[in-house]
Design a protein around this ligand. Sequence first.
Ligand code: ADP
Ligand code: MG
Length: 459
Amino acid sequence: MVVDADERSLASLCDCHLPEARTQSCLRAPPAHADQSTVTDASDRAEREHQIVHCRIRPVLPFDEESDDPGSHASPAPGEVAHAVDDETVQVKCSRPGHPPINKTFTFERVYRPADPQREVFGDVRPLLTSLLDGYNVCIMAYGQTGSGKSYTMLGPRSEVRPVLPPDCHSDLGLVPRAAEELFRLISENPSRRAKVEVSIVEVYNDDIFDLLAEDTCTATPGVKCEVLTTKEGRKEVSPLTCTSVRSAQECMMLVGAGLQLRAMRATSAHAHSSRSHLIITVALTTTPAWDSSAEQGSDPSLLTEPGRPWPQQPVAGRRRHASPRASSGSPGAPPGGTAGHTEQVHAKLQLVDLAGSECAGVSGVTGSALRETSFINRSLAALADVLGALSERRGHIPYRNSKLTHVLQDALGGDAKLLVILCVSPCQKHVAETLQSLGFGARARQVQRGHPVPRKRR
Ligand code: ADP
Ligand code: MG
């Protein structure tokens, strides 16, 4: 197997446990193998775009052949009804008994084919990490029906055993470990600034928010329940929330692995490891000029690190943050521009969202509490679609509060963050209705006109 430098540098992340595993813009970031000048162009382009929708068509998989739905035995073996016409167009063949088949076409900023590897998807995400270092809030969200590849795209393949992934799985790593690796690589490349990285992980389950890193977790209930509060700057924050300082991509992924252990999951007939909650991993980055000694007088001097300087002996772990205004939070009215001045503290937030899958209760075969979960999942995804619809129509009232999911993601959906939605779809006939629903959601997301993103900083 040929392993490139990227894959090798990611190898160490495999020691961590992964239980599972702009609108109107047509510009694209370059593939991972692009040369340096192209990468710079990509960063420039990424700065101009701030809401993009990509579509990923997963391969046909063995479980696509199995179905407990007696009705489906009458239908032909699963054919590939969704396919990429080119890098920006996906076509779905729709056929109904007694009607001639018609093709529906959808256009996105990028369409990935079933054979496109994780590295290719990350190649388009990489420029957003550069934006993060420049002080932009970034949100990357995987959307799609159950079993369409959201968790695979975000986290990588599922693994049951510690210490987990065999070496040849490196190329399968998802966006989260790759983003963590890239973040720390970018930090280490800039010795003129010191960085503090804090991670928090929450899930939205049955319209409640749970902190998956809270220490006082009892086994009966996953995580500790939290609420969304509004800071005096008008930003949304989850409270109380455990924010844990990390010093490397490995530490970051250890936390993600620990959080995932608590995530609500259940086998359904649509997917053996169906995520029953929306997972939101937040990486909060603060950078200060390396020469700024005042930064060391803050309450957490040990959290600030300078590339090349040894880290403190002990990571500061598990601090619970209450939503009092952060002493270090940037003002929403901060002027645009990157960190070129290098004189300010810069704050930026990366949110990585693995949504629970929309599903049809009849197909997934769930009953009882699982049916209740399905109903909460579908309602929250409908609320997400409503919010995007209201934003695209520029309505005066945006119904963020109709669901905890949209409330907690309010700043990313309607604020100034750069938002990338990755629509995950199955190519098979038996999922064609859900595929059309997901593509319709993506088309709606592309219609949202948003203000220009603003980097967050404080002098
Ligand atoms: P979801 O999170 O959308 O419910 P998963 O990400 O768990 O779905 O994917 C369902 C199954 O399909 C998993 O076994 C996963 O490894 C596999 N899978 C998904 N996308 C791909 C892909 N692009 N290549 C290979 N396997 C994939
Ligand atoms: Mg999943």
